[in-house]
Design a protein around this ligand. Structure first.
Ligand code: ADP
Length: 477
């Protein structure tokens, strides 16, 4: 964290501001350029249209006057005719085929001969064409409309020229405005970019501060949402969902640890109590043997809980908890039925194996026996005499089903939902007559079934009995 602060970091905000500034500048430059080119073209089009009208006027004067008078007279006539209309920025000229000036409306005509400049253009096509010429020793250019005509049998070029001073003045003014606009944009764009970046990144600041506050002890805190439904709002919602899951997970771990400690405490307290009593006075060897024999039950219980916890922890960590070997599930189930038969008989419960289909699968025989053993243990434990427990193994094409049905006390529907939770026991008050368990049996059953790619489900009717069904996928047999 410290090294991060010392390092030179370009923040997202700075990058956003920079991008916004560059974008605004580029856009304003492009817009100015497009407007400038458009304005220039439209002004030139306007000038060209004006000159085309003027050249036709000039042509008609030349055609009317040029055939009769000598050219000096024509020149004077033209100056007279055009005098009233002539503007300072307008020039009319007539050139012969070699480009020599025959007559001009402006005696001090300063423009170079366009014919020699535009040699490539044939004057004999009798169509107007335009040229732009720069006046000698002057900055302003002039636009000429040229019209090849025949005068007294000679090919000539009539020209109407217009000084572009006004146009260039307008364009220069527009250029100044563009430069000012771009300068203003380059000053305002970074400021706008910074404001924009700050505004749009403000929720991230909130999120960072909240995330810093959240620790193991404050997992209930959540990132406040703007409710706008934008990307940052969705990010906040996603982070909150992640925190919900983490919180739930941490609560489960805390609950699990507390339950485990609680479960271990009873046999440990019993062992310690027995040892203390044994030490209160001198005991005979038989008495001490009896204390040790009684302790074995508690050691067994501790051992079972430790093994169950270890198995669940390994399953949680994603470690393989089952070996895969080809085995007959119905045989494994039969072994367990045989094993539990004496216990069932002792409790006056009728234990029968009703259906036994041959079912081969790849699995762990020891774990599957443990699973069936847990189900049989529960069924016998929670069935009052004289009751019945029936076991069946059936097959479909893809799966083997093991069902253990009892006529016991059953489980209420609302408790069925939590029955596979670790350390969950239905109403501890009903635990008597050796019915005490740690509440890990069904959680272990589920882990074993899932490790085989299968599942387990319980259905029950309170007062009438319970059916546990395990479905395990089978390979081709
Ligand atoms: P335990 O290891 O203590 O037996 P389980 O996870 O196997 O725990 O079972 C959890 C609880 O579910 C038990 O405390 C019991 O109340 C209830 N239960 C399980 N199987 C049956 C059944 N066949 N009939 C009635 N209740 C059952």
């Amino acid at each position: 964290m410290k090294t991060d602060r010392r390092r030179f970091v370009i923040t997202v905000g700075a990058r956003l501001a920079l991008w916004a500034a560059v974008f605004t500048l580029s856009v304003s430059a492009v817009v100015c350029l497009i407007l400038y080119v458009g304005l220039e073209r439209s002004l030139h089009r306007e000038v060209d249209g004006f000159l085309e009208g003027e050249i036709r006027e000039f042509q008609s004067i030349l055609v009317e006057e040029g055939e009769e008078e000598d050219l000096d007279e024509v020149e004077r006539e033209i100056r007279r005719e055009l005098g009233s209309r002539l503007r300072k920025d307008l020039t009319f000229r007539l050139l012969d085929a070699s480009g020599r000036l025959i007559l001009t409306s402006d005696p001090k005509d300063p423009f170079p001969n366009p014919w020699s400049v535009e040699r490539k253009t044939s004057p004999l096509e009798f169509a107007t064409f335009f040229t732009t010429l720069r006046r000698a020793n002057a900055h302003a250019a002039a636009r000429f409309c040229n019209l090849p005509i025949t005068l007294r049998g000679r090919s000539c070029l009539a020209q109407a020229g217009y000084l572009l001073t006004g146009v260039e003045h307008s364009l220069a003014g527009f250029r100044r405005i563009c430069v000012l606009a771009i300068l203003a944009a380059s000053l305002l764009a970074p400021v706008g970019g910074i404001l924009l970046a700050r505004r749009s990144l403000r929720p991230i600041g909130f999120m960072t501060r909240t995330a810093r506050r959240i620790g193991a002890g404050r997992l209930a805190e959540r990132i406040s949402r703007s409710g706008t439904g934008d990307e940052l709002d969705l990010l906040a919602a996603t982070l909150n969902e992640m925190l919900d899951r983490l919180h739930c997970h941490v609560r489960q771990i805390q609950q699990f640890t507390a339950d485990a400690a609680h479960e271990l405490r009873s046999p440990l307290a019993a062992l310690r109590g027995a040892a203390e009593v044994a030490l209160t006075r001198n005991r005979s060897a038989e008495e001490l043997t009896q204390v040790i024999a009684d302790s074995i039950e508690h050691y067994d219980r501790l051992n079972r809980i430790a093994e169950d916890l270890l198995l669940l922890a390994r399953a949680d960590a994603g470690e393989p908890i089952v070996l895969k070997e080809r085995l007959r599930l119905d045989t494994a189930v039969e072994d367990m039925v045989d094993l539990y038969a004496p216990l069932a008989a002792d409790r006056q419960i009728e234990l029968t194996f009703t259906e036994r289909s041959e079912a081969w699968l790849d699995g762990d025989g020891t774990r599957l026996r443990q699973l069936v053993g847990n189900l049989l243990d529960n069924a016998i434990k929670w069935t009052d005499p004289p009751g019945r427990v029936t076991v069946a193994v059936s097959r479909t094409n893809s799966a083997a089903h093991v069902t253990v049905t009892d006529t016991g006390i059953g489980i209420a529907p609302e408790q069925l939902e939590r029955i596979f939770d670790r350390f969950y026991r239905v109403d501890p008050a009903r635990a008597s007559n050796g019915r005490r368990g740690a509440g890990l049996g069904l959680a272990i059953c589920r882990s074993i079934a899932e490790a085989h790619g299968g599942r387990i489900a319980l259905t029950s009717q309170p007062g009438r009995g319970t059916t546990a069904t395990v479905i395990l996928p089978v390979g081709a047999s």
